[in-house]
Design a protein around this ligand. Structure first.
Ligand SMILES: Cc1cc2nc3c(=O)[nH]c(=O)nc-3n(C[C@H](O)[C@H](O)[C@H](O)COP(=O)(O)OP(=O)(O)OC[C@H]3O[C@@H](n4cnc5c(N)ncnc54)[C@H](O)[C@@H]3O)c2cc1C
Ligand SMILES: C=Cc1c2[nH]c(c1C)Cc1[nH]c(c(CCC(=O)O)c1C)Cc1[nH]c(c(C)c1CCC(=O)O)Cc1[nH]c(c(C)c1C=C)C2
Length: 476
């Protein structure tokens, strides 16, 4: 029986182990995780009074092949009854806000939003969308998101809407992030239809590689915009871990950091703090920089490419307030970097997921996300920042931006170091070069996780599935 070592027990590593387990081809799987728990950034706190707080992802999108794939997995794990769906008609799907020039503005949505001037924008969206059809295709093979949107839709949308969007997904700077790698559908729209508007209206013509199971079909029928789980998103890695433990095929090791890997005549030797593991194939679900530090020194080309995928640090501050304190109902608000570089946005968690509020007495749960690409500039070195100062900045943002004068009744501060990889210009070439290095050197090594082909939970799970399909097709 062949052995596959999975490095890293975040959602990527656990998913790869799950797909290996599901295959009728017999493999022994060893998952190596450095921390004391599995799940990586999927981290939910469950308070004894029943309240749930997310310190990482909170809403997962059900749409498209990758969304369906995750729901198929959720169903297979028996988590269907735990799902908390949020439909497109829900106020948290219809209302997302921008905090610009000291005021909250509802983002234009729906058909009518296209024809009216909706502040903070100075003209109707239609005035940007209509001429966009005539804008020539870009000549470069990659472009920053900000440059693409400025060129096609105008500077105002780039500076306000798209700057904020990039902060609300990548905690990143739209002037540095690659359109092609961060938003492939937008890139394809221009390439295939010559226009973003036409491309998004007509679609790119690519077909789904995933057949939706009953749960995914239900999500389409009921128009889900996002979903969570009753006991928090961390239930997903918890269920995966349980499934893997029961399979009898998988060894799960916590508090087992990978220190070094080396190719051997029969495959790989994986060096741990106190031991050595042999494997025929390695699936790395480690952040790219971490992997670069455990590779043999002689693979400088690959090491350098991996080191070029940097990641940003985000402070996540969960706040609970007594009563219903929000001036508006919606998913939350984002803040463009020109308004306040340090505070990225505030999620109004109680609106999409009231089931996570404590059952007794009305409360409001909010999450303030801070830092990202601006962390160092605003807060200094992450090692030197105190939880007190982050909490003070978060509550100040809530009072200044939402007019909440009360103090929170409960709070939690987490500093997520290097948590979201940044796909800067040329990312697609770097990833191609990494995979080409692996092919040329005949290495039985797969790269999965958020450092390469998408940062969403869905993308990461799908990267595990794709790698396993390739590994099994190659005969491991
Ligand atoms: C604050 C925040 C909010 C987010 N919100 C959303 C959202 O709303 N929706 C969404 O879809 N996505 C969201 N994401 C993104 C998504 O959660 C992540 O991209 C995804 O969880 C990354 O999974 P991963 O397995 O690739 O990496 P990780 O979770 O980083 O897993 C890597 C694992 O490797 C382990 N490791 C590190 N070094 C070693 C070593 N030497 N040896 C062994 N193990 C090691 C780590 O401990 C970790 O468990 C969010 C992310 C963050 C941080
Ligand atoms: C304020 C910072 C952040 C907020 N969420 C994240 C950050 C950094 C992280 C994040 N959010 C989403 C994803 C996954 C993307 C995907 O492809 O599914 C990640 C990694 C989901 C998301 N959040 C917002 C948008 C527009 C999206 C994309 C999917 C969708 O349309 O639902 C907007 C948004 N994020 C935050 C807020 C406060 C906010 C808008 C009001 C928090």
């Amino acid at each position: 029986m062949k052995t596959v070592a999975v490095l890293g027990g975040g959602i990527g590593g656990l998913s790869a182990a799950y797909y290996l387990c599901k295959s009728p081809q017999l493999t022994k799987v060893i998952v190596l995780e450095s921390s004391g728990r599995f799940g990586g950034w999927l981290w939910s706190s469950r308070r004894s009074d029943g309240a749930v707080f997310e310190h990482g992802p909170r809403g997962i999108r059900p749409a498209g092949p990758v969304g369906h794939n995750t729901l198929n997995m959720v169903e297979d794990l028996g988590l269907e009854g735990e799902i908390l769906p949020v439909s497109y008609s829900h106020e948290s799907s219809k209302n997302r806000y921008l905090y610009v020039r000291g005021q909250l503005h509802r983002m234009p949505s729906g058909f009518s939003g296209i024809f009216r001037t909706v502040p903070p924008f100075s003209r109707p969206l239609l005035f940007s969308l209509a001429p966009e059809i005539l804008v020539k295709k870009g000549k470069e093979d990659d472009e920053s998101i900000h440059s693409f949107v400025s060129r096609r839709l105008g500077k105002e949308l780039a500076d306000i809407a798209v700057d904020s969007l990039c902060r609300g997904v990548f905690a990143g700077d739209s002037r540095k992030l690659s359109l092609r790698s961060c938003f492939p559908p937008f890139y394809k729209a221009e390439q295939e239809r010559g226009s973003l508007t036409l491309g998004l209206l007509l679609g790119s013509g690519s077909t789904s590689a995933v057949s939706p199971g009953p749960l995914a079909q239900r999500s389409v029928k009921e128009s889900w915009a996002q979903w969570s789980l009753r006991r928090g998103v961390e239930s997903l890695p918890e269920s995966l871990t349980e499934f893997l433990q029961q399979s009898g095929k998988v060894q799960l090791h916590r508090e087992t950091a990978v220190k070094h890997i080396e190719a051997s005549a029969s495959g790989w030797k994986v060096h741990l703090e106190d031991g050595l593991i042999s494997a025929d194939h390695i699936i790395s679900a480690l952040p790219a920089k971490v992997l670069s530090c455990v590779l043999p020194d002689s693979w400088q080309t690959l090491i350098q490419l991996l080191q070029d995928v940097s990641a940003v640090t985000v402070a996540v501050v969960n706040l609970e307030y007594d009563g219903s304190i929000l001036p508006v109902k919606g998913f939350g608000h984002l803040i463009p970097s020109s308004e306040d570089p340090g505070v990225l946005g505030v999620v109004y968690d109680s609106v999409p997921f009231p089931e996570h509020n404590r059952p007794n007495g009305e409360t409001t749960r909010l999450t303030v996300m801070m830092g990202g690409a601006w962390f160092q500039e605003v807060f200094g070195a992450p090692e030197a920042v105190t939880a007190e100062s982050l909490l003070a900045r978060a509550t100040e943002a809530v009072s200044g931006q939402l007019g909440v004068t009360a103090a929170p009744s409960w709070s939690h501060v987490a500093l997520h170091k290097d948590c979201i990889p940044q796909y800067y210009l040329g990312h697609f070439k770097r990833v191609e070069s990494m995979r080409s290095f692996i092919r040329k050197n005949n290495l039985s090594l797969s790269l999965i996780g958020s450092s390469y082909d998408g940062v969403s939970v869905n993308d990461v799970i799908f990267s595990g599935r794709t790698a396993v399909q390739e590994v099994l097709a190659g005969g491991v």
